[in-house]
Write a protein that binds this ligand. Structure first.
Ligand code: DLL
Length: 433
């Protein structure tokens, strides 16, 4: 089922007209209401009257995470605080957190795009959904909630955590849809087995997983473990929260709701657009948001995009899964490393789990050292030292072949690496860079 048939299957030429119309309105709106945007436009030498179609968007300056922090708390807003219905905060590692706010219409928009996302994954209004994303300042729980409400599903708002209770609720109320982070979904499988529940017998048939990077191999593991369809949902607080893009059952890219979130893919170094299909940084303009509309916001997420039509009938462009972040990329001895590369390797090796952590350190005047902690099967762990050693060497060899740097691999018992009920922490960087 397609939630908003007219918009989601709109011919591309009509979609472009709609985007143009909305962009013209938006630039006038922010120029008049938000002094920060007025100043940014003036400095860039661009006036609202210069923007006539969506193709003119490249004339506008980018907005970055720094702007969100510099003008914290309300500097980037286009409405007075009294018009905000809700605010959310995403915590960063440094400086001010990122504050976002929604007018009542923005909340309606959030419900609309999340309803589109759930339908895209295969949910129908008669479904029951268990929402195990955290409720609170994180946008995952409430965003999913508004979408499920808009669709008319029956909502079980468990939030994250209390895993035994999540499993009991699943068994008692038999929800068909599960929404949570992919790592939490796998964590629940361990817990289920511990208390004698066979994950394959679960009522969850469709998962809407996101908020953190996860590989195709991890999808395979989740689908086989739980006997469900695992779909990817993407979003970020600054743009709306979850609901920017979502995979359909064909799993051939994430449909980006481009009538409201206009995407561009740029070279992060030059800021220039890359050719269709090439990897680059995703930049998004919120075409209809009122509270804190963002113009050409640099997400720092790396994707590729295609505008080829999808067999499901939706016409919006599709992005690949998130391939990394321009900032989460770790540079070790001058080599760019993405945690996802390591996850991919581990999932291809029998006996290992996608629970891993990279510990990066540097002794004074020495080279960076990378230690990779990997959880292995209980059985393997209790096996002979010789076997453990040979598995360690195998992992080491495969990782070194891909990364071209030496690493140390340490096999650890199942459940040694701290689990998260939200986003998993994959990298511990002890270097003081
Ligand atoms: O994580 C919103 C969200 C909630 C999305 C629930 C999906 C489901 P933030 O906390 O602001 O918002 O984090 C946004 O998380 O820029 C990506 O780097 C990463 N991210 C989100 N979804 C995915 C995904 C929410 N499906 C940041 N794959 C984004 C990979 C993702 N990374």
């Amino acid at each position: 089922m397609i939630w908003n048939e007219k918009i989601e299957t709109m011919p591309l030429a009509d979609l472009k007209n709609l985007q143009s119309e909305r962009l013209v309105k938006l630039v006038n709106y922010v120029y008049q209401r938000c002094p920060v945007y007025k100043q940014k436009f003036d400095q860039a030498g661009v006036q609202p009257s210069n923007i006539k179609t969506i193709d003119d968007i490249v004339k506008l300056p980018f907005t970055t995470k720094h702007d969100m922090r510099d003008y914290y708390p309300f500097g980037l807003f286009s409405v007075p605080r009294t018009e905000l219905a809700e605010i959310h905060v995403s915590s960063g590692t440094t400086g001010n957190p990122t504050l976002v706010g929604y007018t009542h219409d923005d909340i309606k928009l959030w419900g609309e795009v999340m309803a589109r996302a759930f339908c895209c994954a295969g949910a129908v209004p008669d479904d029951t959904i268990q929402i195990a994303y955290g409720y609170g300042l994180f946008t995952g729980g409430l965003g999913a909630h508004y979408g499920a409400l808009e669709m008319g599903m029956t909502i079980i708002p468990t939030s994250s955590g209390q895993t035994k209770r999540q499993l009991k609720i699943m068994q008692d109320f038999k929800p068909r849809i599960l929404a949570c982070t992919p790592s939490y979904c796998l964590y629940m499988a361990d817990e289920a087995r511990d208390i004698g529940i066979d994950p394959r017998s679960s009522s969850w048939k469709i998962g809407v997983f996101g908020a953190e990077p996860w590989s195709e191999s991890m999808r395979g593991e989740i689908e086989a473990t739980w006997n469900m369809l695992a779909t990817d949902i993407y979003g970020l607080s600054e743009i709306i929260g979850p609901g920017v893009s979502q995979e359909c059952h064909l799993k051939t890219g994430l449909h980006l709701f481009s009538d409201v979130f206009y995407p561009e893919i740029i070279d992060p170094d030059t800021g220039k657009p890359v050719a269709e299909g090439q990897d680059g940084e995703l930049v998004i303009t919120t075409l209809t948001k009122q509270g804190i509309p963002l113009i050409r916001y640099r997400t720092r997420d790396i994707v590729s995009m295609t505008s080829q039509p999808c067999k499901c009938g939706r016409t919006s462009p599709r992005t690949s899964k998130i391939k990394g972040r321009t900032d989460d990329m770790i540079v070790v001895r001058g080599i760019n490393v993405f945690p996802s590369q390591i996850e991919h390797i581990l999932l291809g090796i029998d006996g290992t789990h996608p629970h891993y952590q990279l510990i990066i350190d540097r002794q004074a005047h020495k080279l960076d050292e990378v230690e990779i902690m990997v959880e292995v099967d209980e059985k393997l762990f209790s096996d002979e030292i010789k076997q453990m050693h040979s598995l360690e060497q195998k992992i080491k060899k495969e990782i070194e072949a891909v990364l071209s740097i030496g690493v140390t691999v340490k096999l650890v018992e199942p459940k040694t690496i701290a689990r998260s009920e939200g986003k998993a922490k994959r990298v511990i960087d002890k270097r003081s860079l």
